[in-house]
Design a protein around this ligand. Sequence first.
Ligand code: CP
Ligand code: NVA
Length: 332
Amino acid sequence: MKKTKVDMRGMSLLRLEDLTHDQMMYLIDLADTLKKQRRFDGNLLKGRHIALVFEKMSTRTRCAAAVAMADEGGRSEYLSATEIHLGKKESTSDTARVLGRMFDGIFFRGYEQKTVELLAEYSKVPVWNGLTDECHPTQALADLMTIRENFPRLQKVKVVYMGDGRNNVATSLMTACAMAGMEFVNCTPKALAPSLEMMKAKEKMARLNGGVVSMDHNPSTAVKNANVIYTDVWVSMGEESQHDRRMKLLKPYQVNMGLMKRTGNLESGKVIFLHCLPAFHDSNTELTAKTGALEVTDEVFEAPFSKVFDLAENRLHTIKALFVATLSRKVV
Ligand code: CP
Ligand code: NVA
């Protein structure tokens, strides 16, 4: 089927809700195409130069952005927030105006959503959110792409997110599923539930797109008939003081083989496991070597139905699609 082109040149992506349904699906279609035709000497971003302003650590998002630009003939400059004046000697709005005079776009990762909004307001160039405390929109694009690679008819898919239901990854995934008209269950303890206001908004968004968003505090009932079990770390960057409390709250939400079996879809191969990564599974870090698995066991993480590294790779293709759609000179 011929895919429809959408003109997104000059657009920022501060949160997923900035996109229309068509824009979101266009980015995923474009990511599919760029993945199939992977080029290392492309020219769609030739002459484009972007700043990667990162306050928090990153492996996938940072590398995906750098490789995406290089693959298509563009350039990127990594600016650790500890090495520039942002927010210390210089206000965000002043830094934004300087960067906007030198770069064609800014990819930001950090704490406050307000910072990425100020960068967009003052720089006058496209600004993309590479994760804030509030949301992780480029992750959600890769999530949808990976889900569709496994289940082409998104509207028939049930996604269950297990764990910290109000974190950046959970809420962006919930938004993506609502926008795509899918079934999404946020399975989380009451103490970590998104606000009632947010749940109502996402339930309504899903309904309008022919999908269903709901919340369930009980892992056994939530995962029934699930096609995708998704989890994330129990303690997000910047929330380290919550560590002990989270371990207690989230232990019943660990993704293990027992939980995967309760989907009822394991034997028929109709369920996959996803994690945005990095993940604490058995003995893979100094921490879990002592404590054992946290949010997911090795058995699940290493299983054939675990698509976590496909998802990690798809960060590259979706971020490249975003840059190409918003920065290239012609509509691709
Ligand atoms: N999933 C994700 O955003 O990974 P990084 O923190 O490594 O960028
Ligand atoms: N929720 C996690 C996602 C990391 C990609 C965090 O914010 O640390």
